[in-house]
Design a protein around this ligand. Sequence first.
Ligand code: ADP
Ligand code: MG
Length: 670
Amino acid sequence: MSAGVSTQQRQREMAAAVAAAAATSGAGRCRLSKIGASRRPPPARVRVAVRLRPFVDGTAGASNPPCVRGMDSCSLEIANWRNHQETLKYQFDAFYGERSTQQDIYAGSVQPILRHLLEGQNASVLAYGPTGAGKTHTMLGSPEQPGVIPRALMDLLQLTREEGAEGRPWALCVTMSYLEIYQEKVLDLLDSTSGDLVIREDCRGNILIPGLTQKPITSFADFERHFLPASRNRTVGATRLNQRSSRSHAVLLVKVDQRERLAPFRQREGKLYLIDLAGSEDNRRTGNKGLRLKESGAINASLFVLGKVVDALNQGLPRVPYRDSKLTRLLQDSLGGSAHSILIANIAPERHFYLDTVSALNFAARTKEVINRPFTNESLQPHVLGPVKLSQKELLGPPEAKKARGPEEEEIGSAEPMAASASASQKLSPLQKLSSMDPAMLERLLSLDRLLASQGSQGAPLLSTPKRERMVLMKTVEEKDLEIERLKMKQKELEAKVLAQKAEDSKEKENHCPTILRPLLHRTVTVAKPLKKAVVMPLQLIQEQAASPNAEIHILKNKGRKRKVESLDAPEPEEKAEDCWELQISPELLAHGRQKILDLLNEGSARDLRSLQRIGPKKAQLIVGWRQLHGPFSQVEDLERVEGITGKQMESFLKANILGLAAGQRCGPS
Ligand code: ADP
Ligand code: MG
């Protein structure tokens, strides 16, 4: 393939786009290193462009008018099949009509997002649409009309050469991978012998394909050397609509790795996905049978999941079904993820494409609402962390701390080639600015250093920093340690105070109600729903009872009781035996308790009466008044005759007071 476009002109445009971006974003790199370090990354909506291809095979004419037409550079209209008098109008970020060139689409929609790769951010370009609508033409093109892929690669390689030249602050390295998803299998197109590859996600949500071939490329010739034979590996087949219909989703992945040449030796990684999706197919029209029908089923299924993912993102559903297909799993970065994404929806003007066109436009309109949050993938270079034989996880401390630090730190243990090249024997550069390091990591390195020194290690210190800076640092860490110690002491003091206060409170409460509350004082208080029938006794009291078999009080008894339980699955409610605890007091104690209550009712003052459970000042007054009018109570139940005390209240009054008096008798003088 040869890119038959003016290289110089494109380079100029590219440079202008980068300069414009830097101008609008402040000083490009500085601004980006801030992103993700503290705040949530700013949102970037998925951009959507629609490209209408011309009639192919000269089928246009008065007898075959187009079913769709452009209105301006952003909108188009299509006949409404429900009402022929009307048209449906759609608005997108860009609309490219039949006459638009490959350069128009590239310069208008793709080139502007490439600059993000040099900022360590991800970008994706997806070609979507029905089979035969021009997706492959848009992405790949032909030698005469090269598409998005060759143009983007040419510009990107030129840009990385310039940015990574000797004397510039960053060294750059570009690698490519090429894969296809065919019938839910991920196949490496750069290694035809590889089988189905797995898609994984690292702890920061990055999508990875372990084992996928990565070829370093430094020139467009390099790219063509790998890409052209790999494209021939792509699964294609003939359908009635398209002689070389793509039967798989093809994904070209271009990675731009950057390493800072000077301190603080940062590392950035930007990924570009260029995706030529297989088209959705109406099998009645394509005439698919056998294998073609099976392929088509897989293609349609993954595109259906793609639609579900877009809908879930738009509706803010808690579960986005990325994992329901390999395609959506791979696109997790691009839709609702961390990439600057652009979807190019390809449509055809022929009337027999009408329904496919409407459905592609509807999908494109829904995708327009998806919000991504691109952030900068930045970390320290692996060799900076090399000498410490701890994993990145240990270095970063607890997971929360890591989360809080944001997603810009790259995982060291990943299978990426640059990370793998980290030499464990390399030391920190003396130029390393300690102030730019994560303080937690710094502290760990320092303490490791101290540990090594105390064990008599003769090797160079882990932090080979100038002596003065090192001393200052040690002092700061020591001060911090002291501060932590001081805070710990203070915390202990406060805890002791709280405990003493609690003990005092408990004493007071014991004096007030010695029998019932004492065992509860040392237990955690939890709020539970009150049970209707069961009376819950403190566990210690039950244990005491069990420990004294001669005791005449048996307060608790385990009873099998049946209860109706309703289940969603069972048509009828089931009866289930349940354990219930109920009071059982010996008859003597019961009689004793009743007598005591009766004595109180007849002789107690209003104040004495208030010591009874459920008797407040009002009821105490009523009882005293009744007694003065009618004379003494002959039995406890006479209380029902006092105005304002109902039979129901009597029942609970008796239970509560007899229990209280009985327990009081056991535990001490009442
Ligand atoms: P898809 O990949 O969507 O199935 P293709 O890209 O293979 O479709 O396009 C189908 C046919 O239409 C091809 O012959 C292609 O050359 C032609 N075609 C598509 N888009 C254009 C366009 N913009 N200008 C000219 N021909 C086009
Ligand atoms: Mg195609």
